[in-house]
Design a protein around this ligand. Structure first.
Ligand SMILES: Cc1cc2nc3c(=O)[nH]c(=O)nc-3n(C[C@H](O)[C@H](O)[C@H](O)COP(=O)(O)OP(=O)(O)OC[C@H]3O[C@@H](n4cnc5c(N)ncnc54)[C@H](O)[C@@H]3O)c2cc1C
Length: 409
């Protein structure tokens, strides 16, 4: 019998999350083995080619708002070469009246200055964004193809070992090492440190070592519509992204003069069925009306030409789970990215690497990351009776150097 491979660091899952973490570790000079059940990277939720990224400015816990700003800056810096910066407009909620002073104050309180977020009335928005609604213009907002970047992150590298078609079914700690087994109980690989970045399946893997994670699936379908040249919708189509109740990308003109317009997405709680549904397209047609404020638009003019269906992994409190698992030294979790795969994978790469290598928190601290934010992401937040120290980011053996609470919001 051949001896299983041993690696210092194994990452389970080669979606955008695992790929970004593995790439960061490679850049830091570490050797990494990445294991995925599929034959190539980004075949599951990260097969998504039409994702958008922007800091969150709406309602939400103050920590979520601070975290999305930090994660946005990290994502923008990380992917600057492929950052499709078309800008994103966020319309004022339909039940609210636009108040410029109040909006500006709110944006400043989030530490978003004018180069990141600008309050606009409907006339200004029409002029700058082609969207006749009041709201906030996020000029640095962008689109990204998760599938393409995950593949690029895992290009051949001397220090990278990829194990495809390999599904890990359970973990076990033996002689101070982690042993990773498949479903037939065959030992696949051993490792000193394991990063679990396999979305919903993190639940089963954590179960195998006595850790219960509150994860659930949320199905989502994005619709690719065609609008014929000359249709009344054509005048309403945006040349920027819009994020509100749903989101859309800028419309693209096709060779025949018509337009391709991508609109999403449904949010089907507790469901994980990947089959496309007409009802989800109908839902997206309604969202399309709301996004461009065209309630009288004929829904039949939005002709379906394609779709993306994926299953998001979401935690009970809607924040991602990122950090060292203090109860099981050597295990690091990066899952529950929900609808913010771009932002949270950029943050996870920095945070997990810093914890795993026990250094370099300085960069994160510079971006405003602090102990309270690390605690908000830490897996230990779900475990009753976890000691406050276990809630910190530095629950492994690393040395805390974060400010206790960041001044940056
Ligand atoms: C409709 C929709 C719209 C979205 N829009 C956006 C958006 O606009 N912006 C944005 O940032 N995000 C968006 N997202 C979210 C984003 O797609 C996800 O957050 C992201 O892709 C999750 O990445 P991941 O690497 O955590 O998981 P996945 O991409 O699901 O990767 C998990 C990987 O783990 C592997 N795996 C699973 N189990 C095992 C195992 N036991 N052993 C080995 N390997 C295993 C799988 O094969 C897979 O490759 C959207 C999602 C949906 C569904």
């Amino acid at each position: 019998m051949t001896k299983p491979q041993h690696h210092e660091i194994v990452v389970i899952g080669a979606g955008i999350c695992g790929a970004t973490i593995a790439n960061e570790l490679l850049e830091r000079g570490k050797a990494v083995c990445i294991v995925d059940a599929a034959p190539s990277p980004a075949t599951a939720c990260s097969s998504h080619a039409y994702a958008i990224a922007h800091p969150h400015i709406g309602k939400g816990s103050p920590r979520l708002l601070r975290l999305t700003r930090i994660a946005f800056l990290l994502a923008e810096a990380r992917w600057k070469n492929v950052w499709d910066q078309h800008g994103i407009f966020q319309p004022t909620k339909k039940d609210r009246v636009f108040d410029r002073t109040e909006t500006i104050e709110h944006l400043r309180s989030l530490d978003l200055d004018e180069d990141m977020a600008i309050a606009m009335d409907a006339q200004e928005a029409k002029k700058f964004c082609g969207v006749e609604q009041s709201g906030v213009w996020l000029p640095r907002g962008a689109g990204l193809n998760l599938h393409k970047i995950s593949k690029e992150l895992l290009q051949e590298h001397q220090q990278l070992t990829c194990m495809w078609n390999t599904r890990i079914a359970r973990l076990e700690e033996l002689d101070n090492q982690w042993h990773l087994f498949d479903a037939s109980n065959k030992l696949i690989v051993t490792a000193n440190q394991v990063v679990v970045a396999c979305a919903m399946e993190a639940k089963a893997l954590m179960n195998s070592i006595g850790i219960r994670l509150p994860l659930r699936p949320v199905r989502g379908q994005l619709s690719i519509f065609k609008v014929q040249d000359g249709d009344s919708w054509a005048k309403k189509l945006p040349h920027v992204g819009i994020s509100g109740d749903g989101y859309c990308l800028p419309a693209k003109q096709l060779e025949d003069g018509g337009y391709q317009w991508i609109v999403g997405s449904s949010f089907d709680e507790g469901e994980d069925d990947l089959a496309p549904r007409e009802s989800s397209d109908d839902f997206n047609r309604e969202q399309a009306r709301g996004l461009v404020n065209y309630s009288e638009g004929d829904l039949c003019s939005l002709i379906k030409i394609g779709e993306f269906v994926g299953v998001r992994c979401v935690a009970g409190d809607r924040l991602p789970i990122i950090g060292a698992l203090s109860q099981r030294p050597g295990i690091f979790l990066a899952t529950a990215l929900g609808s913010r795969g771009i932002l949270w994978s950029a943050l996870a790469a920095k945070l997990i690497t810093a914890q795993l290598l026990e250094d370099d928190f300085a960069l994160l601290a510079r971006f405003g990351f602090a102990t309270d934010l690390a605690a908000a992401l830490a897996p230990a937040r779900f475990f009753a009776g976890a000691a406050p120290s276990a809630l910190g980011a530095l629950a492994s053996n690393s040395k805390p150097i974060f400010p206790a609470e960041s001044k940056a919001k």
